[in-house]
Ligand binder design. Structure first.
Ligand code: SAM
Length: 269
């Protein structure tokens, strides 16, 4: 596991300063330290897959959805991508974040790093060429779903998803609650806090089944060490070309059980 005290030789102090992780005199800025620690922790999961991907296609490309300030993209580039021929494209709907990230990438001469100011849905037509990996770190609400659909359409080999707040399913569960109350299973989401938690859990379960129904093998785990973040689930998916036979039947059954049939067209494709 990499820590801040064990910076790799290729790491750019300039990048850490620009991300406000190092102060001007080269000391660690404690406020930003936590964010960097989180991204390093995630990097430890991604690195072996980057090695594999680079062997499969040295001109690999990664699309980071809802990239925000692009901490993840910059760290991936600084630790790995700059040593080979890959590229990373950040998609972000907030223009000012995209402009700032572009300026920083230019300053650091991270030439194979680019950004598109767009929603994830519209990015489908804006990202050129082949895409090998989709990442989405805390992309809000349904933006994680959009990232999954983007990746499925582009037939990416790998996904790295750390979902954020999942409100859509909980919203529907709330809306349909009174119609479901006669079933004992509704006890699982009768209280509002349970609606939110089961809704969030169910969203990720359905996302996993969707990916499995499309030929992906999954590792679903906890990003331990993210002690300050509640959004702690990591879904790693690799396209192995074998569709899980019962995945769609299970999606349908779960949607029926939880009275969420409105979501059928979203998870059955
Ligand atoms: C919680 S932030 C996470 C940013 C970054 N990935 C990180 O972890 O530091 C989510 C970002 O996703 C962007 N976003 C949300 N929905 C989006 C969408 N549908 N299309 C593009 N960007 C989106 C937001 O503007 C925001 O910058």
């Amino acid at each position: 596991m990499q820590t801040l005290d064990e910076m790799k030789p290729q790491q750019s102090p300039e990048l850490l300063k620009s991300l406000h992780i190092l102060t001007r005199d080269g000391k660690i800025n404690q406020d930003s330290r936590r964010k960097l620690k989180q991204v390093y922790h995630l990097y430890n999961f991604i690195e072996p897959i980057l090695e594999k991907m680079n062997k499969e296609n040295e001109h690999y490309s990664i699309v980071d959805h809802g990239c925000g300030k692009s901490y993840l993209g910059f760290i991936l580039y600084d630790l790995f991508i700059k040593l080979n021929l890959g590229r990373v494209i950040g998609i972000e709907s907030r223009e000012e974040l995209v402009e700032n990230a572009k300026v920083l990438a230019k300053k650091l001469k991270f030439d194979r790093m680019s950004f598109i100011n767009s929603s994830i849905v519209e990015a489908e037509n804006l990202v050129p060429g082949h895409v090998d990996m989709v990442t989405a770190l805390h992309a809000c609400d349904t933006a994680t779903d959009d990232a999954i659909f983007f990746g499925l359409k582009r037939k990416v080999k790998y996904f790295f998803l750390i979902p954020c707040c999942q409100a859509e399913v909980a919203r529907l569960m709330r809306k349909n609650k009174s119609a479901s109350l006669k079933e004992p299973i509704t006890e699982l989401w009768r209280h509002p806090i349970h609606t939110r938690e089961i809704g969030s859990h169910l969203t990720n379960v359905l996302r996993c089944l969707l990916l499995e129904s499309q030929g992906y093998k999954l590792t679903v785990t906890e990003l331990v060490g993210w002690e300050h973040s509640m959004k702690n689930e990591l879904i790693i998916a690799e396209n192995v070309g074998v569709k899980k036979g019962n995945a769609q039947a299970r999606i349908l059954e779960i949607l029926r059980l939880f009275n969420l049939q409105e979501l059928e067209s979203k998870f059955i494709i």
